[in-house]
Design a protein around this ligand. Structure first.
Ligand code: LLP
Length: 439
């Protein structure tokens, strides 16, 4: 059985998460419903932090809030002593509204607006991860008008692109993010930043991809970054206080996925950074990472109610649920694969192969192809695992489906942390037509 964290099967044959019966949750809060196993999120956060502590190095583990941003989630990240990566005014606003310590917020993005940067500066956030020359200009102007010095990291593109099972070297990286390390852009950015009193250059940042299952890409990225830092040190005496190697640590969505434990990523990153810093004659910088998926991905489960069934003789059987690409766009967008069970019949024998369809008006709205399940009837509950990252955060109102609620469960207790949208919510910003047609 494919169970994560505190998930188990109870005496009634129901799926239980965080000591709470999922069928009860579905009845209380309705479906579709996102359920987060808080203990699992805490365990992951602690595993990352503990791994750095064991090495005795200074580090920050910044939760990439794009994976799932809400007031309660940000507060949980704060409780666990994480830092926070935000990529927009909206994520920043959420963090500030949640009372997250501004000095532990890092602001990302390839097109931050004047307004977003002004908001970040006004609240004294920890650092801005500067992405391009236009942004440097905006920050400089803002800093001058407010008399502030702005702590920044330069986001560099190391020419390493990691995929799930491998990594490639792309010489001149074709990416919309960051300053290229190889074509002189990173050097130019470094010169500009160092020449201006507006900036306090803390160090560099890079992020090589997502759902990465091996360490080689991180090692390679660290090598590239340090080669540049060594040059800057030699030529300009620059000593980096921080090296941020981004996120992207893989998780197990299906049996086919075989991720390494979070400690293994940290061990490899710390060892390589130590080695590189020593080789370059640099003091060991603070090491920052930005996990999103690996903190919340497998802690999230989505519960749906099963509705219609369509049998196409000799082809396949479609089972439809009351959500779909509106609450999980990843299968449609990336061909992402998921595991699922009937949450109210966990002991049921998996006697048929079916495909799980969403309810959106689009043939591509399929959640899972060809999964073995007990014979599903209308009213059964389908639990889809590992939907905690980029599920709710990429949810949308296609076909005017209201976005689901989110519940946190821990130690036998459930807590609603995001309310379900209502039909009234859906039309709240709509304004009536000013009719020009005479009656
Ligand atoms: N840091 C930076 C700069 C990033 O761009 C990202 C993800 C992360 C950290 C966190 O990566 P993670 O640890 O979560 O893999 N919507 C896609 C994922 C997009 C990732 C964007 N950047 C998905 O559903 O798979």
């Amino acid at each position: 059985m494919f169970l994560h964290g505190t998930s188990r099967v109870n005496e009634q044959g129901h799926l239980e998460i965080g000591g709470v019966d999922v069928v009860e949750l579905a009845k209380t809060y309705g479906t579709p419903l996102y359920i987060y196993d808080v203990a699992l999120i805490r365990a992951r956060a602690r595993a990352f932090k503990e791994a750095f502590r064991r090495h005795g190095v200074r580090a920050q583990v910044a939760y990439a809030s794009k994976a799932f941003s809400s007031i309660a989630m940000v507060q949980l990240a704060a409780e666990e002593g994480l830092s926070l990566d935000v990529v927009s005014g909206g994520e920043l606003y959420t963090a500030l509204a949640a009372g997250f310590p501004p000095e532990r917020i890092h602001f990302h993005g390839n097109n931050k607006s004047w307004g977003e940067l002004a908001m970040a500066l006004e609240h004294g956030i920890g650092c801005i991860v500067a992405d391009n020359f236009y942004e440097l200009e905006l920050i400089e102007n803002l800093a001058e008008s407010s008399g502030r010095t702005v702590p920044i990291l330069l986001r560099v593109t190391p020419g390493v692109e990691a995929h799930t099972h491998d990594y490639i070297l792309t010489g001149q990286e074709d990416s919309k993010f960051g300053f290229d390390l190889h074509n002189g852009q990173a050097d130019e950015a470094f010169r500009r930043v160092r020449a201006s009193a507006a900036f306090q250059l803390l160090g560099v940042h890079c992020h090589i991809g997502s759902q990465i299952f091996e360490t080689a890409g991180f090692v390679l990225a660290a090598q590239k970054v340090f080669a540049k830092l060594a040059e800057w040190n030699k030529a300009h005496g620059f000593v980096p206080a921080v090296v941020n190697l981004g996120g992207g640590f893989g998780i197990r969505y299906t049996e086919e996925d075989d991720p390494i434990p979070v400690e293994a990523y940290v061990d490899c990153i710390v060892e390589e950074v130590k080695k590189q810093a020593a080789a370059c004659g640099l003091p060991l910088p603070e090491i920052w990472i930005e996990p999103g998926r690996s903190l919340v991905g497998d802690a999230g489960t989505t519960i749906y109610t099963i509705g219609s069934r369509k049998e196409v003789p000799n082809v396949r059987t479609y089972i439809a649920v009351d959500g779909g690409m509106s609450d999980n766009i990843r299968p449609a967008l990336y061909g992402a694969k998921y595991e699922a069970v009937l949450a109210n019949r966990m002991f049921g024998e998996r006697t048929e192969i079916v495909s799980i369809a969403g309810k959106c008006c689009e043939s591509g709205d399929m959640l899972i192809w060809d999964i073995a399940l007990p014979e599903a009837k209308p009213g059964d509950y389908l639990a889809v695992f590992c939907t905690g990252a980029y599920g709710y955060s990429m949810a949308n109102n296609y076909n005017r489906l209201p976005r689901p609620a989110v519940v946190f469960v821990e130690n036998g207790e459930a807590q609603l942390v995001v309310k379900r949208e209502t039909y009234e919510d859906l039309i709240q910003y709509d304004l009536p037509l000013k009719t020009k047609v005479k009656k």
